[in-house]
Design a protein around this ligand. Structure first.
Ligand SMILES: Cc1ncc(COP(=O)(O)O)c(C=O)c1O
Ligand SMILES: N[C@@H](CCCC[NH3+])C(=O)O
Length: 439
């Protein structure tokens, strides 16, 4: 059994997280319930931040809020002194509502709307990561209209194939994101941006994918980018003051995963950037990174109540929980794997392998296949670990299932940070027909 952060078995033989008994959490808040171990988020944040500090490198660690964006989470990021990456008007709005320092916000997206770009300019956020030519034109026009300027990074695709699920690869040539580094697109974009006195091009950005376990991809991307930076420097004197290498640092979901510590990623990245700087006789740029999953993933646990079971003789036993693909779509979308225990009796002997089904009307609504468990009864509490990234943020209302609440736990204190959705919330935006319409 692998426990994350402050999770442990307490003297009542229950799973405890952040000094709080999970069975009590379930009694108070019901299920499904997302629980975040705040101390672990802080530890992860410091793991990245302090390595840069220790090595004396000018850097920004921007939390990729797509992994889990709520006001409380953004406040926590602010407390830890990180920057923030947003990818939509909604994430930006959340950051503003949390009073996050706007100069530390970076705005991503492959199809930002005019309204989103206006919003970014109005709030004078720190940097817009420009992804394509349309955006470049829109941004120049909007800056002109508003008589303002903005700092930008150019998102480039370096042509790296990281080893991860196809859907979460982003740095390869055939990607919807960014300007291609090799075929001249990135240079064309850079020249256009440099001609505009409304845009200050801080440098380049790349993100090679997500849930990546080694540093090879980051090293390769760095090399490819520096080759171009060198061409651009000698060609037309462009000097990049920022290099953003994105996020994607892998975490442990199951025993098959072998992540390396944040410090190792950072050290390797810094070391390669330094090599390149020496090779091309350049100034060391600021290094920015954007971890999402690795800041919040293993800090999140989802608690469910076990309900019905079904035996398929000689095949498998299905054990259903009161949530599923609505609160965690990752198994259905990426065949993602998770580990889990019975939170109310984690020490009981494992007796069988069962498959954990969700409650949605969808055969693919399975959370875990072949999970070793004690014989689970109706009303046992199942704790699924490592659901903190892209769980709540990708949750949905399929079958009109309300989204679960989120609680933060730390040093024995619990705080509700997202309320449970009610049925009224579900129909809040519905508009009833005025008259009976005869078909
Ligand atoms: C541009 C960008 N930055 C950062 C991230 C965060 O990735 P992760 O959560 O894997 O760290 C993503 C998601 O893959 C991304 O697309
Ligand atoms: N949502 C994905 C990762 C996508 C990351 C954003 N580019 C996941 O759950 O793993």
């Amino acid at each position: 059994m692998h426990f994350y952060g402050s999770a442990k078995i307490n003297n009542r033989h229950h799973l405890e997280i952040g000094g709080v008994d999970t069975v009590e959490l379930v009694e108070k808040y019901g299920t499904p319930l997302y629980v975040y171990d705040v101390a672990l988020i802080r530890e992860r944040a410091r793991g990245f931040r302090d390595t840069f500090k220790r090595l004396g490198i000018k850097a920004q660690v921007a939390y990729a809020s797509k992994a889990f964006s709520t006001i409380a989470m953004v406040q926590l990021v602010k407390e830890e002194g990180l920057s923030l990456d947003v990818v939509s008007g909604g994430e930006l709005y959340t950051a503003i509502a949390a009073q996050f320092p706007t100069e530390k916000i970076h705005f991503h997206g492959n199809n930002k709307s005019i309204e989103e770009l206006k919003m970014a300019l109005d709030y004078q956020i720190g940097c817009i990561v420009v992804d394509n030519f349309l955006e470049l034109h829109l941004l120049m026009d909007l800056c002109e209209q508003k008589d303002t300027k903005t700092q930008i990074l150019l998102r480039v695709t370096p042509g790296i194939e990281a080893h991860t699920h196809d859907y979460i690869l982003t740095g390869q040539e055939d990607s919807k994101f960014g300007f291609d580094l090799q075929n001249g697109q990135a240079e064309k974009a850079l020249r256009m941006a440099l001609e505009s006195d409304r845009l200050e091009v801080l440098g380049v950005h790349c993100h090679i994918g997500s849930q990546i376990f080694d540093t090879t991809g980051f090293v390769l991307a760095t090399k490819k980018i520096f080759e171009k930076l060198n061409e651009w420097k000698s060609g037309f004197g462009y000097i990049s003051t920022v290099l953003n290498l994105g996020g994607g640092f892998g975490i442990r979901y199951t025993q098959e995963d072998e992540p390396i510590p944040a410090s190792s990623y950072v050290e390797e990245i810094i070391s390669e950037v330094k090599n390149q700087v020496v090779k091309y006789n350049m100034e060391l740029p600021e290094i920015w990174i954007e971890p999402g999953r690795s800041l919040v993933g293993d800090a999140g646990t989802t608690l469910y109540k076990i309900g019905s079971t079904k035996e398929v003789p000689d095949v498998r036993k299905y054990v259903a929980v009161d949530g599923g693909m609505t609160d965690n779509i990752r198994p259905a979308l990426y065949q993602a794997k998770y580990e889990a225990v019975l939170a109310n009796r984690p020490l009981d002997e494992v007796e069988e392998k069962v498959s954990i089904a969700g409650k949605c009307c969808e055969s693919g609504d399975m959370l875990i296949w072949d999970l070793p468990l004690p014989k689970a009864d109706n009303n046992d509490v199942l704790a699924v670990f490592c659901t903190g990234a892209y769980g709540y943020s990708m949750s949905n209302n399929y079958n009109r299932i309300p989204r679960p609440p989120v609680v933060f736990v730390e040093n024995g204190i619990t705080q509700l940070v997202v309320k449970r959705e009610s049925f009224d919330d579900l129909i809040r935006l519905d508009v009833a027909l005025k008259e009976q319409v005869k078909l």
